[in-house]
Design a protein around this ligand. Structure first.
Ligand code: ADP
Length: 397
């Protein structure tokens, strides 16, 4: 089934029009600077790229432009908006929503409530859905929530050790993120191992600007490094990941910073960027480190060691690990990251084939022959996962 997948951010809208069975992508693109001056769409159909600049004050206008482009007689993909059978929307934080479902008033209300957990992401996603409803009313809109895959995490791993009433009253707990990706990787690994998803234990490493590692037990998320929000866990491009919460009180008091300012400090100014002072981009930091920049080297070592710590602790939690998989911009492209994160774990039966790993980018096994735990690169495909989930819902209407 041909599905339009939308991934709306606060001022952007990424899209892909693809076939949910074959994965064939007919066209894709990105609309940027929605609600800001200089908005534009960059549309790709095969090798062809079209850029159109247009004032887009809202997501509704952005969706209008998208549908114009999709039906354009020259670089468009479909003849008529009616050809679009369903739209799958990526939602970063689904609150109490777990499974993919059709959009209705109740679903929108839950997503509105979850804005408190994803203030940067959910408003854009809601605007995107409303934009489609206005521009193309009556089409099935399906929401696929990133937090859904992690709903299986048991309470002993999901709760924070704070007074229980905050969990009961305010639903404060670890929701995780990147769930669509971790699920896709898990299914791929199961396929590669020739097993059913419920038979595999995997540590899935989604390492991009935002990064998270998940312990997958019997095909289900059992623990994950991101928490109430994507701030917890690994050292990321601009996020600190795990810190002692007292750091917040300490710096906040010392410099008289507001909660919002502390939020910006930890989400936007920390991580690789904050430590290295060079860049939030892994490639830049790696290059600077190779050129002798000591803070870049420190940032890199912190990134690697934090990730290694999660792999080790998830190994302990899972007790048996069949495979470790790498995805995301760093996981898929950086042999350095993969080699060093798993370096020294031979006693756990994890051994990377350094030669096979070198320069590897595509889907590939990179573990040594005598490694008990298989190691894979699995290029993630969140759009395909969303398209499949959307098809499942629409087929049963
Ligand atoms: P996002 O979380 O924004 O989707 P991506 O998954 O695109 O991020 O990952 C971006 C990260 O991937 C950046 O830190 C970038 O430096 C890193 N990356 C991309 N290509 C390479 C490469 N060839 N080697 C090392 N890192 C890379």
């Amino acid at each position: 089934m041909d599905i339009l997948v939308l991934n709306s951010g606060s001022s952007s809208l990424k899209y892909q029009y693809l076939n949910s069975q074959t994965g064939e992508v007919y066209g894709k693109g990105l609309i940027e600077r929605i609600g800001i001056s200089g908005s534009n769409i960059e549309h790709k159909k095969g090798d062809r790229k079209v850029v159109i600049e247009r004032n887009l004050p809202s997501h509704k206008e952005a969706v209008k432009l998208l549908f114009e482009v999709l039906t354009h007689e020259d670089y468009g993909i479909i003849k008529n908006i009616d050809d679009i059978k369903a739209i799958g929307h990526r939602i970063v934080h689904g609150g109490s929503i777990i499974n993919p479902r059709l959009v209705d008033d109740e679903a929108l209300e839950i997503l509105e409530d979850a804005i408190r957990f994803a203030p940067l992401h959910n408003p854009g996603a809601i605007q995107g859905i409303k934009g489609v409803e206005e521009v193309a009313p009556g089409k099935p809109n399906v929401i696929c929530v990133d937090t859904g895959f992690h709903a299986t995490i048991p309470a002993e791993n999901a709760l924070y050790a704070i007074p229980y009433e905050y969990y009961e009253k305010d639903a404060i707990k670890r929701y995780g993120a990147h769930g669509t990706s971790h699920k896709y990787i898990t299914l791929k690994v199961a396929e590669k191992l020739g097993k059913k998803p419920e038979e595999v234990n995997v540590i899935t490493c989604h390492l991009g600007n935002g990064a998270s590692i998940t312990a997958v037990k019997n095909g289900q998320s059992y623990d994950t490094s991101m928490g109430l929000t994507p701030l917890e866990g690994l050292v990321m491009g601009t996020r600190s990941g795990d810190i002692d919460p007292a750091v917040v009180f300490n710096i906040g008091k010392q410099y008289n910073l507001s909660y919002d300012e502390m939020d910006t400090l930890l989400n936007k100014k920390s991580g690789l960027l904050g430590v290295s002072g060079v860049s939030s981009d892994f490639r830049d930091v790696l290059l600077a480190s190779q050129e002798g920049n000591e803070r870049a080297k420190l940032a890199l070592d912190m990134f690697i060691n934090r990730a290694k710590k999660y792999v080790g602790s998830y190994y302990a939690l899972l007790e048996r690990v069949d495979a470790i998989a790498f995805a995301g911009g760093i996981g898929e492209n950086s042999d350095y990251a993969r080699e060093h994160i798993l370096e020294g774990l031979e006693n756990l039966g994890i051994k990377v084939d350094v030669e096979a790993n070198k320069g590897a980018r595509d889907e590939k096994e990179i573990s040594a022959e005598d490694s008990k735990v298989k190691v894979f690169i699995i290029p993630t495909n969140e759009e395909l996962m969303i398209a499949r989930e959307t098809q499942n819902i629409v087929e049963n209407l």
